[in-house]
Design a binder for this molecule. Structure first.
Ligand SMILES: C[S@@+](CC[C@H](N)C(=O)[O-])C[C@H]1O[C@@H](n2cnc3c(N)ncnc32)[C@H](O)[C@@H]1O
Length: 341
């Protein structure tokens, strides 16, 4: 069991049976079974497709969604696993407060290195009472109650919309806290977009690990013969993608997938600024693992175009899978690599 789940599990003796409970973003382990034994109507929600898929396989009923739905009755107990980004924590606390019954309890659990120790200040913005329940295994568990009256939660109030001057057609980008490079373009993505400016693009295109959908939407906006699929594991990213496409009156196929697990069909171009963070560590093996079967999803003559940190060793990995690859652009921090099937 993950340490965060362990600190929740060792405090369950404090809880009485309850009718309605919600756990937002449980870990990939079995702790939900222990919580469910106290509250049989426990609802699970994850913003991560990989976690959702894992827990479904272990027979949990879990919803994959950017935000929990407000039901007819409020929850007596909500557990929230601490997200790493502060802006996302703010948003999820406001969301949780709006879903909690007046006499309900919120548990917020997280690792000390993810910043849980200072979370009580944020909790006090949304709850009248906040106390530390436990601290162990480099984790802390807070309990909050008395959600401040009159709180309504509107995800749209957290959405940022901005103009991305990509070529040949600028687009509007929508994003939410927790989405990669929220409200701006990442420097690696910008280098990739520069390279795309001069490329002829048509046919089936996959934006792998699309975030708010900048790359795929730029392609859809500027290349009328391109059909774009945008894939990510984050429900918040996919919500942003849907808003981004709608803002530009463009269509695309939006797919939730952990790596390429849910992908069928093959593509003429797969383009990506792939994830390289496993927790806090930078590790190119994550994207190599996620993209392991990328070759199988390319049509004959198809291309893989990716941007990577200059010091990450993708070249060996590419040479084992592709006959040809080349570096199309580089600067002090990033390189853009093109591989042909
Ligand atoms: C470096 S960001 C790139 C986002 C976007 N393409 C851009 O350039 O702004 C990597 C993205 O990978 C997604 N991601 C992380 N793990 C993933 C996985 N297992 N499967 C699919 N996507 C994943 C993250 O949610 C994030 O949106």
């Amino acid at each position: 069991m993950f340490a965060v789940s362990q600190i929740i599990a060792r405090n369950l003796h404090r809880k009485e049976a309850c009718n309605q409970a919600l756990w937002i973003n449980p870990e990939k382990d079995d702790c939900w079974r222990e919580v469910e034994s106290i509250c049989p109507s426990l609802k699970l929600l994850s913003q991560d497709y990989g976690v959702t898929d894992y827990l479904k396989r272990s027979s949990a009923e879990i919803e994959f969604s950017a935000f929990p739905e407000a039901g007819d009755t409020k929850n007596q107990w909500i557990i929230l696993n601490l997200p790493r980004q502060k802006a996302l924590l703010e948003m999820m606390l406001e969301c949780a407060a709006s879903l909690l019954a007046e006499d309900g309890l919120l548990w917020l659990a997280g690792e000390n290195k993810a910043g849980i120790k200072s979370a009580d200040r944020r909790l006090k913005k949304y709850f009248g009472r906040v106390r530390k329940l436990d601290s162990a295994r480099h984790c802390t568990l807070f309990e909050a109650s008395e959600p401040l009256a009159g709180q309504t939660f509107d995800p749209a109030s957290y959405r940022e919309e901005w103009l991305l001057d990509c070529q040949p057609t600028p687009i509007r980008v929508a994003s939410y806290p927790g989405v990669f490079a929220h409200g701006r373009v990442d420097a690696g993505t910008a280098l990739l977009l520069d390279v795309l400016t001069d490329m002829p693009i048509e046919g089936e295109v996959l934006d792998f690990a699309c975030g708010a959908g900048l790359i795929g939407t730029c392609i859809a906006a500027g290349h009328e013969h391109a059909r774009v699929t945008l894939l990510d594991t984050s429900a918040l990213a996919l919500k942003a993608v849907e808003d981004t496409l709608a803002s530009n009156r463009l269509e695309g196929f939006v797919l939730a997938s952990d790596g390429l697990s849910e992908l069928s069909g093959s593509f003429d171009l797969i383009v990506s600024n792939p994830p390289i963070h496993a927790g806090v560590k930078t590790d190119s093996r994550l994207s190599m693992r996620l993209l392991d079967s990328v070759h199988d999803h390319l049509n004959p003559g198809g291309r893989l175009l990716m941007v990577a940190n200059v010091h990450l060793p993708y070249e060996n990995w590419l040479s084992q899978r592709f006959k040809h690859f080349s570096e199309l652009a580089t600067n002090n921090n990033y390189k853009v690599l093109l591989a042909n099937k």
